[in-house]
Every structure is written in structure tokens, then in C-alpha cells.
Design a binder for this molecule. Structure first.
Ligand code: NDP
Ligand code: ZN
Length: 362
């Protein structure tokens, strides 16, 4: 196998852990000697050993003189585990291929430097683009302090999200709705507007397996109108956080906190998206999946704070000038003010189509 193929293997290992390592990145490592794999590993969960550690432990004494392929720069500082750089140096590894540097400006390049100083031959940049893409959430969070935001909409072929009477369940197929769970699973939090809670009473849980860490459910609710009887308040299946404006009284808030709900109160009367995102970032939310409704999606569009849009299109025609579309808000007067996106992927999910697109600034 070639260097490229060994790095591809390391990337595949990392890819399989997307959604389970937050707030840490996904990382894969492959250790090779005489063209034979002698160790491999992935970082499975925050607090557990890093990918390199698994690979080196597996190889034992054989690591001496071997070549390591690792998808992210090995750490050189003490976190919850000792630095991988030291272990790499101690184990006698001769050559290290690093796909991409650590995005954290404070430590970026330092691990590489340390290994070089110890006499290891280090090469950076093999499959770099793939490695950066795999960790795009982590890179975005480290560089901005804000969660990576994915907007989701499910529409009919004519762009409607409901009939003129407001009926919206279900426009897309069961297969698409199941697919949504995969995205919920790969985000730290799921967000909706209070009207969606009032109208649909959703659970917003991740139903992929019992093993997964539940995503936090976040509601934007300026005046704390969320019904106390809503499933999201009562079911305790995942943490629920409600973002409220400055005018909600502490007395009213207590009704919710008594039920174990976390209230994030803004300093302003309304909820500016950027401020809300920085609060979530400070609370350790590295990625956010925004599921609607139209008002909330309209606000994200207006403030232009998102990195990806996922649209499910069902082959149905609903019609009706009063039937809602996926993004509300004030809209724009001229076409040249429209936001341009680049389509990253189009695929069929059951009878529907899923389009993943990235805003041009993203
Ligand atoms: P939303 O669910 O988007 O909730 C909007 C409300 O959220 C606002 O009226 C506001 O109420 C509150 N809010 C607080 N802060 C903000 C902010 N910064 N920006 C926007 N809203 C904010 O309401 P919609 O009526 O647009 O959508 C609800 C409908 O959408 C439901 O019928 C639901 O079925 C449908 N839906 C469809 C989906 C689909 O993919 N097809 C997905 C999700 C929902 P306040 O001022 O009181 O805080
Ligand atoms: Zn490490």
C-alpha cells in the first residue's frame, strides 16, 4: 500500500467516529512497518486515549523504526491525557505523516516542531483537504468560538413546508425523517423556534441507538411562552435549554428551572442570533442543527450565521399562495442581494432528494 492509502485508512477510522468525540476532533492513526500495519486507532470519546496512543500500544516494541500516519497534528500539551508527541518520541517512531495541523493558533505547529527536534522525519499535508473537511465542525469552533451551524428544511417540490391550513406532517418520507436523525446525532444541539414547539410538540430526540449521547434541545423563546406541558419540557430524554429575552421575570423562569430546564437569558429584549450562538459556544456546544420553523430560519438567513444548509425535497405539489415556505422574515428587494450557495451533494433518500449546500462565505 502507498502512503496515500495508509492515510486514507487513518481517515476512514476517524470518519467512523463522527458525532461521538465532541468537544474533541475526530482522529485516526495507522502505524506501519515494512509495509505492514502494526497498529491502528481512533479517538473514540473525549477523555479516552487519543488515536496515536491506541496504535502505539497495539504495536508495542515493534513501533521502533515504524511510520505513523495520523489525520491531525499530535498534541504536545497535557490535556485530560498526556501528550501524544512524547509517546511518539519515546516509542522510537521514525517517520510521521500528519494530514493537517492543529487549528488552535496557540498550539498549531508546536507538536510537529517537538517531534522534528527529537529527530523524527515529519511530513505535513498528505490528504489535508479531506482531513480538514472531516473536522470542519471542530476547526470552525476552535477558530470562532461559535458552534458550526447547519440549517435544515423539508419542503415539497414547490418549496412549501405546510398546507395553507398549517398542516405539515408529513411532507417528506419516513426515510428522510430517519436520515434527519443521523444529522441530529452528529450535532451537539438541535434548535427550534417556540412556535414549532407550540404547534408540533416535537420530542427532538436522537433515535439512532440507545448508546448515543443525547443532543441538547434548544428553544428560541423571547417571552418564555413554551407550554409547561410540552413533551420537550416533561420527557427528560435529553437536556432542554430555552433562550429567553431580558424581560422574562425570574419568578416565571423558576417554573422551568424547577423542572430541570436550563434558561439562558439574553441581555437584550430580543434574541440576536450571534449573541445566542456565543452563549451556546461558551456552554460547550460546538455544533448546532437548526430545524425551523420558518421564522427562525429567516433570522439565521438575515444575520447570515450558518455554515451549511440541508434541504429535503419531497416529490409533492402543495400549492396555495398562503402556504408557508421554508425561510420567512422580511426577505430582500433585489435578486443580487440573494445569498449564493454552492451545492456540495445531491442524493436520493427514499422517494425524496437531499441537497447539501454551503453558503459562498462558508
Ligand atoms: P418558529 O418555530 O420559527 O418560531 C418562531 C418564533 O420563535 C418567533 O415568533 C419568536 O417568538 C421566537 N423567536 C425568538 N427569537 C427568535 C429569533 N431570533 N428569530 C426568529 N424567531 C425567534 O415559527 P414558525 O411559525 O415560522 O414555524 C412554525 C411552523 O413551522 C410549524 O407549523 C411547524 O410545523 C413548521 N415547521 C416545519 C418544518 C419543516 O422542515 N417542514 C420544520 C420545523 C417547523 P417570540 O417572539 O415569542 O419569541
Ligand atoms: Zn494526543
Amino acid at each position: 500500500m502507498s502512503d496515500l492509502q495508509f492515510m486514507e485508512l487513518a481517515l476512514t477510522l476517524a470518519k467512523e467516529t463522527v458525532g461521538q468525540t465532541s468537544p474533541n476532533p475526530v482522529v485516526g492513526a495507522v502505524l506501519v512497518k515494512n509495509n505492514q500495519v502494526i497498529g491502528l486507532g481512533a479517538h473514540l470519546k473525549a477523555g479516552e486515549p487519543h488515536a496515536e496512543v491506541h496504535a502505539i500500544r497495539m504495536a508495542g516494541e515493534k513501533a521502533k523504526g515504524a511510520t505513523l500516519y495520523v489525520t491531525l497534528e499530535p498534541c504536545h500539551h497535557f490535556g485530560r491525557t498526556p501528550p501524544c508527541c512524547d509517546l511518539i518520541i519515546q516509542s522510537g517512531i521514525q517517520k510521521v505523516y500528519v494530514a493537517t495541523q492543529d487549528p488552535n493558533a496557540l498550539v498549531s505547529g508546536k507538536g510537529i516542531e517537538k517531534m522534528k527536534q527529537a529527530g523524527i522525519d515529519v511530513e505535513v499535508g498528505l490528504l489535508e483537504e479531506e482531513a480538514r473537511k472531516l473536522n470542519q465542525v471542530f476547526f470552525h469552533f476552535i477558530q470562532t468560538g461559535l458552534p458550526y451551524v447547519t440549517l435544515k428544511a423539508a419542503v415539497s417540490l414547490d418549496g412549501k413546508t405546510a398546507t395553507y391550513t398549517g398542516e405539515s406532517q408529513w411532507i417528506t418520507s419516513r426515510a428522510s425523517r430517519q436520515d434527519v436523525h443521523h444529522f441530529r446525532h452528529t450535532h451537539d444541539a438541535i434548535l427550534v423556534g417556540v412556535n414549532t414547539v407550540i404547534k408540533d410538540d416535537p420530542r427532538l430526540t436522537v433515535r439512532v441507538s440507545d448508546e448515543v449521547k443525547p443532543a441538547v434541545r434548544v428553544i428560541l423563546d423571547t417571552s418564555l411562552r413554551t407550554p409547561l406541558g410540552a413533551k420537550i419540557i416533561q420527557d427528560h430524554e435529553a437536556p432542554t435549554w430555552i433562550v429567553v429575552g431580558s424581560e422574562v421575570t425570574s419568578e416565571w423562569i423558576r417554573h422551568f428551572t424547577d423542572l430541570g430546564i436550563k434558561i439562558i437569558q439574553m441581555n437584550s429584549k430580543h434574541i440576536p442570533i450571534q449573541d445566542m450562538l456565543s452563549h451556546l459556544g461558551e456552554l460547550g456546544i460546538t455544533s448546532l442543527f437548526v430545524e425551523g420553523g420558518a421564522e427562525v430560519l429567516g433570522s439565521f438567513l438575515k444575520e447570515r450565521h450558518f455554515q451549511r444548509v440541508i434541504t429535503y425535497i419531497a416529490p409533492k405539489l402543495i400549492g396555495g399562495s398562503g402556504a408557508p415556505t421554508s425561510f420567512a422574515g422580511d426577505g430582500i428587494a433585489n435578486i443580487d442581494e440573494a445569498l449564493s450557495l454552492e451545492i456540495e451533494e445531491v442524493c436520493q433518500i427514499g422517494p425524496d432528494i437531499r441537497i447539501v449546500s454551503i453558503p459562498k462565505w462558508g
